[in-house]
Design a protein around this ligand. Structure first.
Ligand code: 2U9
Length: 344
């Protein structure tokens, strides 16, 4: 029986040494130490032994079992450690390698310009207001003193859905809607950026969809000098502190008096060059004192309140600021164009 136990021990330990994975070890465990294994069998057969031999064989069987068990455990730990080490080696990262550059996007130049204009006006106490792109005839035209026979109301010039609904042709209806909400009590001091739509053939300077920023300030005692001060502060914030503005008479149905606002040319400093067509000035805005009829239609008493309003095209601002020669660049999404507006 001693020889049998010795033989079992050697066989088991040899198999433990050979085992390449935990599964093989498990098989050795079951084969030698399991309930139906040879060592259990030896222990069961001890009844047939003499009284002297029984404790000796019993002790030996226990020792063999413990030795096999401990060999399995030691090997198990070794296999697990080896597995972890192999995994770590496979997944190791060389932190000294140069990183892979990630491609980042950039704000669209029109978004960047809208945000710059917003910053300038927020600094002057204005808030940003928004409204629907699909408008009613009333807010788009009627409330702005655009008479029924005005060319802007021509079916050929606007995108109509029905007689009453169209894509807004300017952001002015947002201002009319906002004034209405104030129920005749000022001040109202807002700018309204957004997309507008006009039936135009697209070319280098025209687009059937473009962006506008309009604004107004309604309160008691608002004067033309307030208009000039605000627009000069805006021009200097957006184009640079060395710029000045000038006003020229104009006409809009929603303002009286109305003006065109020119900004001094940044290229030649007012001397005259190709950018300003030798005039020293560049036209950038339209503005004026809000027509009393428009104030009244939006619920303000024109004897008590007055206000100024202004409007500008965002693409034109961007084209002037970044020397872009074709409005279609903003809408064709060529990354070679867009990537130039990345902030570093
Ligand atoms: C209300 C009252 C008055 C908005 C104004 C302009 C002058 C103007 C154009 C400039 C270039 C639009 O993008 S553009 O074609 N805009 O010249 N806009 S005053 O006046 C308003 C608006 C709303 C209730």
């Amino acid at each position: 029986m001693r020889e049998r136990l010795q033989e079992l021990k050697e066989q088991a330990l040899a198999q433990v040494t050979e085992a390449q994975d935990v599964k093989a070890l498990q098989e050795v465990r079951v084969a030698y130490l399991g309930k139906k294994g040879p060592i259990t069998e030896v222990l069961r057969g001890m009844g047939k032994l003499s009284a002297e031999e029984r404790p000796l064989i019993g002790q030996m069987a226990n020792e063999v079992r413990d030795e096999i068990k401990s060999a399995i455990e030691t090997k198990e730990v070794a296999l697990e450690t080896a597995a972890v080490e192999a995994k770590l080696a496979k997944e190791s990262i060389d932190v000294t390698l140069p990183g892979r550059p990630q491609k980042t996007g950039a704000r669209h130049p029109l978004t960047a310009v809208v945000e710059e204009v917003e910053d300038a006006f927020l600094g002057l106490g204005f808030s940003v207001a928004e409204g629907p792109e699909v408008e009613t005839d009333y807010y788009n035209f009627e409330a702005l003193n655009l008479p029924k026979d005005h060319p802007a109301r021509d079916m050929q010039d606007s995108f109509y859905f029905t007689d009453e609904l169209l894509l807004r042709t300017h952001t002015s209806p947002v201002q009319a809607r906002t004034m209405e909400k104030f129920e005749g009590r000022g001040p109202v001091k807002i700018i309204c950026p957004g997309k507008v739509f006009r039936r135009d053939d697209d070319d280098a300077t025209h687009s059937h969809q473009f962006m506008q920023i309009e604004g107004l300030f309604v309160d008691k005692n608002v004067r033309m000098s307030d208009l000039k001060g605000v627009l000069e502060a805006f021009a200097q914030s957006f184009f640079g502190p060395d710029r000045s503005i000038r006003l020229r008479p104009s006409f809009f149905p929603f303002t009286e008096p109305s003006v065109e606002v020119d900004v001094s040319c940044g290229m030649c400093g007012g001397e005259g060059c190709r950018v300003c067509k030798n005039t020293g000035w560049i036209e950038v805005l339209g503005a004026g004192m809000i027509h009393p009829k428009v104030l009244e239609m939006s619920g303000f008493d024109s004897k008590e309140y007055s206000g100024f309003a202004f409007g500008m095209g965002v693409e034109r601002l961007a084209m002037l600021k970044y020397d872009i020669d074709d409005i279609r660049h903003f809408y064709t999404n060529d990354v070679r164009f867009l990537a130039q507006f990345k902030r570093v």
